[in-house]
Design a protein around this ligand. Sequence first.
Ligand code: GAR
Length: 213
Amino acid sequence: MEGKNAKKRIAVLVSGGGTNLQALIDAQAKGTLKSGELVLVISNKEGAYALKRAENAGIPTLVITKKGAGGAEQFEDAVREVLTERKIDLIVLAGFMAILSENFTKVFQNRIVNVHPSLIPSFCGKGFYGLKVHEAALEKGVKVTGATVHFVNEIPDGGKIIMQKAVSVRENDTPETLQKRVMRLAEWKILPASVEKVCADMLNEEEKRNERI
Ligand code: GAR
């Protein structure tokens, strides 16, 4: 559906297991994600389980790798081309393990969101991804950690924060147990909620603009 009040078209970029993608799929099925529609999943890793989750939900998938594209720049060009061609309004990085260059992020200002497994500005930026984030949090001895959803700009994990949720660290936590709890209690909740909020905000903005015309 195009035009007034059409749902925003969402593409999800993934690299791995895709539990955050699953949280988005489930939110769409439940109707809590209603201002946007998951229309495309792109993986930069062949065989990522996230692709299977997308297929099971009937969402079109694509695999675009740096190697296949012939380099980092060509990879970004190929992704950008697909996103433009498919009229994507919002790009969600859900366990996407590559840093996008300024060339890419400036084209989609305020239209890319990322989920990060810590309370930014702690344990974030270059080198902090996946389990490494939780290893660093335990090493430091923090008693509270959590997850953040933020807009993506040219600074890794540096864009404006949309939502955060805190999670307590337990005495006997390992990076793996902490990662699981942060996902279950924080990431899988705030990612779908943030995506719904950003899509709803986009629709409201459009409505206001249309009223002015
Ligand atoms: C999640 O914990 C996500 O926050 C993290 O990787 C995991 C992916 O899991 N992302 C980053 O560290 C990005 N900097 P998933 O594939 O099951 O969603």
